[in-house]
Design a protein around this ligand. Structure first.
Ligand code: NAD
Ligand code: MG
Length: 382
């Protein structure tokens, strides 16, 4: 029986993970759940999964929940609560599924306790990849990707020698604006941008998919996870989202992982690894898939892809500046304060203005993140 602590249990990944756990009651047990402020859903989750502790980041909502819950569940509050719960010893796997920079510190705490990290929160690797990989080796903490592309690569590379990899091919659906022209990006609406053709996800990652910054973040995520130079990380558009990524080896052979676009499969794999459990909820019938197509991404239209490769070269805290600027820009777009086309412009501006610390320490990362947000929030006031 593996004990699981879920950070972000009311989100898209969190809910999918609980569905998996509901299906495998003899394999997994929930020991902790954390949320930002959605205590209505958390209350239901507590009743069903009976965790020993929960964290509500919003302190007022935590107080409200205490009035409602009569069970023994320990209700912790605030950002510090997120760190506290990861320090408990009563779990084996941390499912890191908070969105954005907020996932970084609690993930580090779990790594330092040698826990397995089922990593959905790609921003953690984007801003602090070097530190995370180093710590995971030092503390013997396995990082198993939940992101579908990285799960696919992880599965393809298993049993292979990484030095024999020619390249990895990250597939990208191209998002809702694959067939729009760059000129049309000025006028797209929030609901159009949120309307992903293949995946149902949280708002932030849905906008990232529309700008293709999601793939940009995934390039950086792959760079750190698989330790390959950026020249060996390629992106190909694959609108059907059936092949979740591929690995080509030096003899020319390509391995791919295929399944219907459903996050339950990579979540299950990250929890059950190195085993595979019998699961019949998401069955891919190869005969019904139809055509699979692939083509080059348009780097001129999707500037965020280029920016992601650039920050790998720039090194230091440049990926952290990119991430913070993207989080601020996406938030402002979702509030209707900026146009969709301004998202990459704002990120480029931050990369030009902000100081890139070449010395990557956690302190420098936290400072860079805060300063980038401060600069952009001042300049693009709500
Ligand atoms: P979501 O917005 O649906 O859920 C986010 C969860 O985190 C919620 O439970 C929310 O309460 C909590 N949360 C949000 N901000 C917080 C904060 N500041 N402090 C504490 N808790 C906070 O997001 P999601 O789509 O589930 O994505 C989660 C992560 O997984 C992201 O990093 C995303 O890139 C990654 N991911 C998601 C998918 C997907 O299909 N949704 C696929 C691959 C990777
Ligand atoms: Mg992905």
């Amino acid at each position: 029986m593996k004990k699981i602590l879920i950070l972000g249990s009311t989100g898209s990944i969190g809910k999918n993970a609980l569905e998996i756990i509901r299906n495998f009651k003899n394999e997994f047990r929930v020991t902790g759940l954390t949320v930002n402020d959605n205590i209505d859903l958390l209350e239901e989750q507590i009743k069903e999964f009976n965790p020993s502790s929960v964290v509500v980041k919003n302190k007022d909502r935590a107080k409200e929940l205490r009035k409602r819950i009569s069970s023994k569940c320990n209700i912790i509050e605030g950002e510090e609560g997120l760190l506290e719960v990861t320090k408990y010893e009563d779990y084996d796997i941390l499912l890191s599924a908070i969105v954005g920079f907020a996932g970084l510190k609690p993930t580090i705490e779990a790594i330092k306790r040698g826990k397995r990290i089922a990593l959905a929160n790609k921003e953690t690797l984007v801003v602090a990849g070097e530190i995370i990989i180093k710590l995971s080796k030092e503390y013997n903490s396995e990082i198993i990707p939940v992101d579908s592309e990285h799960s696919a690569i992880f599965q393809c590379i298993k049993g292979e020698d990484v030095t024999e990899v020619n390249k990895i091919i990250l597939t990208a659906s191209g998002g809702p604006f694959l067939n729009k022209s760059k000129e049309e990006f000025c006028n797209v609406t929030i609901s159009e941008a949120l309307n992903h053709p293949n995946w149902k996800m949280g708002n932030k990652i849905s906008i990232d998919s529309a700008t293709m910054m999601n793939k940009g973040l995934e390039i950086i995520e792959a760079y750190w996870l698989f330790g390959l130079p950026k020249e060996k990380i390629e992106v190909t558009i694959h609108p059907q989202s059936i092949i979740h990524s591929m690995v080509q080896f030096r003899d020319g052979s390509i391995k791919a992982q295929l399944s219907l676009p459903d996050m339950k499969l990579p979540i299950l794999y990250a929890l059950s690894y190195p085993h595979r459990l019998k699961y019949n909820q998401v069955i891919t019938d190869i005969k019904k898939i139809g055509q699979l197509t692939f083509f080059e991404p348009d780097f001129d239209k999707f500037v965020c892809l280029k920016l992601a490769y650039d920050v790998i070269d720039q090194g230091g805290t440049a990926p952290c500046i990119l991430n913070a600027a993207n989080e601020v820009a996406v938030e402002k777009f979702l509030k209707g304060k900026i146009k969709f086309s301004q998202i990459p412009e704002i990120i480029e501006e931050a990369l030009n203005v902000m100081n890139n610390h070449k010395n990557v320490t956690l302190e420098n990362i936290i400072e860079t993140d805060a300063k980038t947000r401060e600069f952009l929030n001042k300049k693009y006031r709500d």
